[in-house]
Design a protein around this ligand. Structure first.
Ligand code: ISL
Length: 566
C-alpha cells in the first residue's frame, strides 16, 4: 500500500456558517475562520474540509450553488478566501473544499437558460422528462421517486411542459452527467480551483451522478435502499475515471466521496489503490445505525456489535483492494457524536474522550467535526420555528398533515436532526458563546456556559486537551496509521477492543461503550505482560502488568503499547 499525505493526516471539518462571525450579522464567515487559524493549528490537525462557501441562495445552506467560482457574499470575498488558503498553507495545513455537482441551484445560469426552451444549449445540462398521465388523463410526474427533502422528486415547469428532476429540494435541480459538455465544464471548474492551490475535494452525494437510464419506479418508497434508481448507476465509474483523467490525476490531491447506500463492491471500485477514481469514500452505514425500516426518523436502538461489523467489513474491503477508509462519527448532517454514540449527560467528558480514542486509532483518515473536540452536544429545541433545516421543516409539515404527533416528531429531531451539528461553535461562556455579537442565525446551545473552548483550555482534563494528545499520538505512530486492525472478543456488546500492529509495534485499544464497570478478559499476549499505558481517559500508571482480567470504568478508553509477547 502506498503512503500518502492524506492517509497520514487528520481532518477538521468546518461548517463556516456556524464557526465564527467576524461582522456581527449572525452568520459565520471566512474572516472568522482566519481569526481562529492559530486555534485550528493548535489542535494538530493537518487538513481542513470546508463546507460549501460558493455563491448560493441558501435554500440548503450552500448545497445549492449558483456560481461555482465565486464566494457567497455572506461569507466574504475571493480575497478573504485567498488569505485563508495561504494562512492554512503557511501553517502546514491543507484545504479541501466541498464539490456539489450532483445538482446546482435553480438560480445557476445554466438552469435559468435550461428552463427557457427545449432546444437551448443548456437544456440537456439538467434532467427533463415528459409528464406521465394516470388513467383519468391527469398529469403525473414521470416516475414515483420522492425528494429526500419531501414531496416528489420532479417539478413541473409550464414553460416547456416538462418535469425536471431534483433528488433534493426543488431549488436543487439534478445535473445531467450523461452530457459530455456539462462534464467538461465541471472538470475545468475543478481544475480552476486546483490551480488556485486547493488540496482536494469532498464530493457531495457523488454516487448519485449516474442515474439508471430508464428511470424505473422504486420497488419500495425508501429511496436510499433502492439501488437501481438514482444511486450507483451504470456510468458511475466511467464518469469518475474520466474526472480522474481530466482533472485529479494532474494534481497531488485528496478526494473523499460522500456515498449513501454504497455497496462494498462499489466502494472498492471507487477507492481501491488502482481504481483511478477517489482517495476514499464516506460510507454512511454506521451513522445510519439507529434508523429503523421507515428511515431516518424511525428511531431504533443501535448495537455495538453492529458498529464493529460495519468498521470491520469496510476495513476488510479496503485491505482487499489496497484502498483507504475514512473514519468519522458525525458531520454537518448528523447528530453530535457524544449524544449519539456516547453519553452526553453523566459521562459526557469520559465518553467524548473514549470516542476520540476510537476515531484516532482505527485504520483510516480521521475526521473531527467542529465542536467535537470540546465535546459539544445535541441541543434540546421545543419550538419548531427554532429549527432552520429545510429537511426538518419540510418533514414536520408533511408528518403533521399525516396525523403524526408533534411531541414525537420533536423528540426525533432533537435526537437526529441536522441542526444539532449546526448550532454555533461554543468559544466562550458569554452571550452567544463568542460566536457573534449579533443575533445568531441558529440558536446557540445554552450549555455553552459550561462547554466552551475557554473553559476547555483552562481545564487540564478537558476533552480538548485529550483530543490534542490523541491527534499527536496518531501523528507520531505509523502503526496507528498503516498498521493492521484486529478485533478481540467480537461479540462483546459493551467493549470494543482491538489490536493495531505494524512490524514489531503493537497497540491494544480497549473502549467501554457502557455506563457500567465491565470486566474484560485480556488476550494472552497482553495479560501478565509489562505494557506501557500510552493514554487513558482515567488516571492510570505509566506502565502496568495487567492480570488476565481488566476492569474498565464507565466509558473508559485505554491504549496499551508495548513489548508484547506476540
Ligand atoms: O441524512 C440525510 C438524509 O435524510 C441527509 O441529510 C443527507 O445527509 C443528505 O441527503 C446527503 O448529504 C449531502 O447532500 C445534501 C446536503 O443537504 C447535505 O448537507 C450534504 O451533506 C444535498 O446537497
Amino acid at each position: 500500500m502506498n503512503k500518502k499525505w492524506w492517509k497520514e493526516g487528520v481532518v477538521y471539518q468546518i461548517y463556516p456558517r456556524s464557526y465564527k462571525d467576524s461582522t456581527g450579522n449572525g452568520v459565520g464567515d471566512l474572516r472568522g475562520i482566519i481569526e481562529k487559524l492559530d486555534y485550528i493549528q493548535s489542535l494538530g490537525v493537518t487538513i481542513i474540509w470546508l463546507n460549501p462557501i460558493y455563491t448560493s441562495p441558501n435554500d440548503d445552506n450552500g448545497y445549492d450553488i449558483s456560481d461555482y467560482q465565486n464566494i457567497m457574499s455572506e461569507f466574504g470575498t475571493m480575497r478573504d478566501f485567498d488569505e485563508l488558503l495561504s494562512g492554512l498553507h503557511r501553517r502546514g495545513i491543507k484545504l479541501i473544499m466541498d464539490l456539489v455537482v450532483n445538482h446546482s441551484s435553480d438560480e445557476h445560469n445554466w438552469f435559468i437558460h435550461s428552463k427557457e426552451s427545449k432546444n437551448n444549449r443548456y437544456r440537456d445540462y439538467y434532467i427533463w422528462k415528459d409528464p406521465a398521465y394516470d388513467k383519468t388523463g391527469t398529469i403525473m410526474p414521470p416516475n414515483n421517486w420522492g425528494s429526500v427533502f419531501g414531496g416528489p422528486a420532479w417539478e413541473y415547469d409550464d414553460t416547456t411542459n416538462q418535469y425536471f428532476l431534483h433528488i433534493f429540494s426543488k431549488k436543487q435541480p439534478d445535473l445531467n452527467w450523461d452530457n459530455q459538455v456539462l462534464r467538461n465544464e465541471i472538470f475545468s471548474m475543478m481544475n480552476w480551483w486546483f490551480d488556485k492551490g486547493i488540496d482536494g475535494f469532498r464530493m457531495d452525494v457523488i454516487n448519485m451522478i449516474s442515474k439508471y437510464p430508464d428511470f424505473p419506479d422504486y420497488n419500495n418508497n425508501i429511496a436510499w435502499l433502492d439501488n437501481k434508481t438514482f444511486m450507483n448507476g451504470p456510468n458511475l465509474h466511467k464518469y469518475l475515471k474520466e474526472m480522474y483523467e481530466k482533472s485529479l490525476k494532474k494534481y497531488d490531491v485528496m478526494t473523499v466521496g460522500e456515498c449513501f447506500g454504497l455497496p462494498l463492491e462499489e466502494g472498492k471500485k471507487m477507492a481501491g489503490e488502482d481504481a483511478n477514481e477517489l482517495s476514499m469514500v464516506f460510507q454512511m452505514e454506521h451513522v445510519d445505525l439507529g434508523s429503523g425500516t421507515y428511515g431516518k426518523w424511525d428511531i431504533v436502538p443501535w448495537k455495538l456489535t453492529s458498529l464493529k461489523d460495519i468498521f470491520n467489513k469496510w476495513y476488510v474491503a479496503m485491505e482487499e483492494c489496497n484502498g483507504w477508509n475514512s473514519i468519522f462519527l458525525m458531520n454537518h448532517d448528523q447528530p453530535r457524536s457524544v449524544s449519539k454514540f456516547g453519553n452526553d449527560k453523566k459521562y459526557r467528558v469520559e465518553s467524548a474522550k473514549m470516542l476520540a480514542t476510537m476515531k484516532l486509532t482505527l485504520k483510516g483518515t480521521p475526521y473531527i467535526y467542529q465542536g467535537e473536540e470540546i465535546g459539544m452536544t445535541n441541543i434540546a429545541i421545543d419550538t419548531i420555528s427554532d429549527y432552520k433545516d429545510l429537511e426538518i421543516l419540510n418533514h414536520y409539515k408533511e408528518a403533521i398533515e399525516r396525523g403524526e404527533k408533534h411531541e414525537k416528531l420533536l423528540s426525533a429531531y432533537n435526537y437526529k436532526g441536522r441542526d444539532n451539528a449546526r448550532t454555533p461553535m461554543q468559544w466562550d461562556a458569554e452571550e452567544n458563546a463568542g460566536f457573534t455579537t449579533g443575533t445568531p442565525w441558529l440558536k446557540v446551545n445554552p450549555n455553552h456556559k459550561e462547554i466552551n473552548v475557554i473553559n476547555a483550555e483552562n481545564d487540564a482534563n478537558s476533552v480538548l486537551h485529550y483530543y490534542r494528545k490523541m491527534i499527536a499520538l496518531r501523528n507520531a505512530n505509523e502503526a496507528l496509521i498503516y498498521g493492521t486492525f484486529e478485533i478481540v472478543d467480537y461479540s462483546n456488546e459493551k467493549i470494543f477492543a482491538y489490536f493495531r500492529k505494524l512490524g514489531n509495534t503493537v497497540f491494544f485499544i480497549m473502549l467501554n461503550f457502557s455506563e457500567n464497570k465491565v470486566r474484560f478478559t485480556l488476550p494472552d499476549s497482553i495479560a501478565h505482560s509489562k505494557v506501557t499505558v500510552i493514554i487513558s481517559n482515567y488516571p492510570k500508571p505509566e506502565t502496568m502488568q495487567p492480570d488476565s482480567e481488566y476492569e474498565l470504568q464507565p466509558y473508559e478508553a485505554i491504549v496499551f503499547k508495548g513489548a508484547l509477547k506476540m
